[in-house]
Unconditional design. Structure first.
Lengths: 331, 479
């Protein structure tokens, strides 16, 4: 059996020592990246860091995906209702992950007076993979986030426990650079306003290309787990005594004829809302939806569109009595 | 089994440990077994295809060596035809029948030839060419026919270079299976370093650039001229780093086991003419075509027209070797035309340069040559990467559009990814340039232990963090 000479044995020993040295360095770098990311103060990491540090107190929280992130201006909501508002929207997240973000928020912060949960036609679907999982890597010790990510990616345990593995395989956007930059004292300029990301973009033309490919229409995905997650979110709010409103924020009108099962999905959501006693506000018939200048693609309002929509929503909140005096008196 | 997979991370150390633990007499059989396991990890049944090639060429070479006259020629021709038939059935049958049907339909005839619906075995073109080179060398009398089938089978199946080369010659590799390979710590570390460099090229550069390339070439109509231009340059480096990365890993893995494989690349993008580029790119295939196609056709010996014809024919065949589609043929012809035009215009260009007072080693002259070569090669990559000639022409026509907005990034490749890819390419070119003057290994070897280990460990960690670990296949596996 090798090694057959002392020189070979020494070489193998050196290789083993080098492997150990590399592993120790990897541990150190992993801890450094995590430490850096947990101290980022701007952008999505900054928002999540404030949330898990219990510094995200708000009377109104908005949950949802990128449509929540770019549609709801907390300043407008706060001005209309008298309650500080916070946007918890996460880019590319599905309902299960949006629920996990809400649970994490509630774990570390006082319960809000109102939850506005933004919907889209994909709210009843579970994706095959998490979008940009790198944004969640420093927070895998949060039970709700970890459980949901693990439910989609079975290997998430390795992301959590094997040093650097998560950043190696699940961080294609290289968020680790941001962690190292933070260690060096560098910080990106803030792009969020109370979690809201206004995007002053013009129409990209993506929708026309999509519409050409899907000229005959398409079936929007849905599955039972996705439906259960939305039901779980409503149940969590009900059991926590949190008023919740389900809001389908504007989509460009041209997308509606392409969604062949649109009516069935909206009916299913309406059923869920009704069974939990939550209002379901559908803004997909809003006049905003007819004007392409409010959008940068069929699903996302630009900054001007988001401002107009949030004002429309704020008026409706005010009219429905969702204001500080009433919400503060809610048990 | 992919080099960039967890399976290989277990397989390779295990094979090395067992290989050196075994007595010399059993090592070749073990390597054959390990290589078969490696290959069967892709599609197990296709080991039979490889077995057929090995069986035919092993038996034919022995007959070729002993036979004389027409019998010898018959064995040689039979072996070549049989080996090529396998390649034809799996790789070219559908291409030629669809081309035939297309031509027949132009003449108003609607034939319906049978379809085979075969999936191309991984690396078929590589091991077919390696096996062919053995038979040709035996026929030319430059190589003795191998009498031990296990050694010949291992020569064709040797796992480090089985699926994407380098396409070895029997004179270099066959004898190495008879030699005794002792465990050598120097070869171990040098082989591992070479493998790490290959992984860096593949995971950090090629697979990251692929994000941009796949976006732009996946939907050319949705991308502007600047995006397609960036994607084309990115593809030039993607395919180089993907393929030369594979070769580095192959050379490094073989070196750990004590084998020496031929070098397949020599900084091809530093070439200042297309002819030089082809002497630096995929050297094992270029030299294969040179020795077995171009030179037998007459090479450049019988005048410039013959040379042009031979170059075009050789490069067209090289294109067809890469893929059974017209865009690969056009890619080959384009490169053949470059090289032929380079030969034809050499005297005139030399006179022009001399009139301008610029010698062969002048910086300006070399820079012009380098830029021209790079642009021409990039232009030809459009045909290689596109899925058809029509799509390539669409891409070329779109290259001139959309420059007023200068949108360079794509959906999957944002500014951070792009900057990182560009930096990685710069690092690669700098490292190659530095390495030519003084091997980087010797620079590091002069450092004290702790900083040296820190540098190596840091590079490995960087590889882990900056690589794209999606388990993507090497581009050349499809050939």
């Amino acid at each position: 059996m090798p090694p057959r000479s002392p020189a070979s044995a020494r070489a193998l020993l050196r290789l083993a020592l080098f492997a150990l040295f590399t592993a120790l360095l990897a541990l150190l770098v992993d801890a450094g990246i995590r430490h850096g990311l947990r101290r980022v103060q701007t952008g999505s990491f900054g928002a999540t860091n404030r949330m898990v540090a219990g510094r995200a107190t708000a009377g109104i929280v908005v949950t949802g995906s990128s449509r929540a992130l770019v549609h709801y201006d907390p300043r407008v909501l706060a001005a209309a209702t008298g309650l500080p508002a916070l946007n918890l929207g996460r880019n590319g997240s599905h309902t299960g992950l949006q629920l996990a973000v809400l649970r994490t928020h509630l774990r570390h912060n006082p319960a809000p007076n109102l939850v506005i949960h933004n919907l889209d036609l994909h709210s009843l679907a579970t994706p095959a993979e998490i979008h940009d999982p790198g944004q969640y890597l420093p927070y895998l010790d949060e039970p709700a986030l970890y459980d949901e990510i693990r439910a989609v990616h079975r290997s998430a345990w390795a992301w959590r426990h094997v040093p650097l593995y998560g950043h190696a395989v699940a961080d294609p956007r290289m968020h680790w650079l941001e962690g190292l930059a933070r260690l060096a004292g560098l910080e990106r300029a803030e792009t969020l306003v109370a979690g809201f990301q206004p995007r002053a973009w013009s129409w990209t033309g993506d929708f026309e290309r999509f519409a050409t490919r899907a000229a005959g229409g398409y079936e929007v995905a849905r599955d039972d787990r996705g439906r259960d997650q939305l039901a779980a979110l409503l149940r969590l709010c009900r059991e926590s005594g949190l008023p919740v409103i389900l809001v389908l924020s504007p989509e460009h009108a041209a997308v509606r004829p392409l969604q062949l099962n649109r009516a069935a999905i909206l009916a299913e959501i309406a059923d869920l809302a009704a069974s939990s006693g939550a209002p379901f506000w559908d803004f997909s018939e809003s006049p905003l939806c007819l004007d392409r200048s409010n959008f940068y693609n069929s699903q996302h309002l630009n900054a001007a569109g988001a401002d107009a929509f949030t004002r429309e929503l704020a008026r409706r909140l005010f009219a429905a009595g969702y204001t500080a005096p009433r919400l503060n008196s809610h048990p | 089994m992919l080099f960039n997979s967890l399976e290989f991370a277990v397989f390779f150390p295990a094979v090395c440990a067992i290989y050196f633990a075994l007595p010399h007499a059993r090592r070749t059989s073990f390597l054959l077994l390990a290589s078969a396991v490696f290959y069967m990890a892709f599609v197990p049944a296709y080991i039979l295809v490889l077995g057929a090639t090995i069986g035919v060429d092993f038996a034919a070479a022995r007959k070729i060596e002993t036979a004389r006259g027409r019998s010898r020629t018959a064995w040689f021709a039979g072996s070549i035809v049989a080996t090529c038939l396998i390649l034809f059935a799996f790789k070219y049958y559908a291409f030629f029948t669809s081309t035939f049907v297309g031509l027949a339909e132009l003449a108003g005839w609607r034939p319906s030839p049978p379809t085979l619906d075969l999936i191309l075995p991984v690396g078929l073109s590589f091991h077919t060419f390696q096996s062919l080179s053995y038979v040709i060398e035996v026929h030319r009398g430059r190589q003795r026919a191998e009498q031990d089938w296990r050694i010949f089978a291992t020569y064709v199946l040797f796992f480090p270079q089985l699926v994407a080369g380098p396409i070895e010659r029997p004179q270099n590799l066959l004898a190495q299976f008879r030699a005794r390979h002792e465990f050598d710590p120097a070869l171990l570390t040098s082989g591992l370093k070479r493998m790490a460099w290959g992984f860096f090229k593949k995971l950090v550069i090629a697979d990251r650039l692929a994000l941009h390339v796949n976006d732009a070439y996946g939907d050319p109509a949705a991308h502007s001229g600047p995006q397609l231009a960036v994607a084309t340059v990115a593809f030039a480096y993607q395919i180089y780093c993907d393929f030369s990365g594979y070769s580095d890993i192959a050379v490094g893995a073989a070196r750990v086991l004590g084998f020496r494989l031929m070098e397949n690349f020599d900084a091809p993008y530093s070439a200042s003419s297309t002819g030089e580029f082809w002497r630096r790119w995929h050297i094992s295939l270029s030299s294969w075509f040179r020795d077995y196609v171009y030179v037998p056709l007459g090479g450049g010996r019988a005048g410039s027209w013959r040379r042009t014809r031979n170059l075009l024919l050789t490069f067209a065949l090289s294109g067809l070797w890469h893929g059974a589609a017209w865009n690969f043929v056009v890619w080959g012809l384009l490169n053949g035309a470059y090289v032929a035009a380079g030969h034809a215009s050499r005297d005139g260009r030399d006179r022009l340069w001399a009139r301008a007072g610029l010698g062969e080693q002048d910086f300006t002259r070399k820079t012009v040559g380098w830029c021209t070569t790079f642009l021409l090669i990039c232009l030809s990559w459009v045909f290689f990467r596109a899925t058809s000639v029509t799509e390539a022409l669409v891409i070329l026509s779109r290259l001139a559009t959309g420059w007023s907005e200068l949108q360079l990034t794509t959906e999957s490749c944002g500014p951070r990814q792009m900057a990182f890819g560009a930096l990685a390419v710069l690092l690669l070119e700098s490292a190659q340039r530095l390495h030519r003057h003084r091997p980087i290994g010797t620079l590091l070897a002069g450092m004290p232990l702790l900083p040296r280990w820190g540098a190596y460990a840091g590079l490995l960690i960087f590889l882990a963090l900056a690589g794209v670990h999606g388990g993507s296949r090497f581009i050349y596996f499809q050939f």
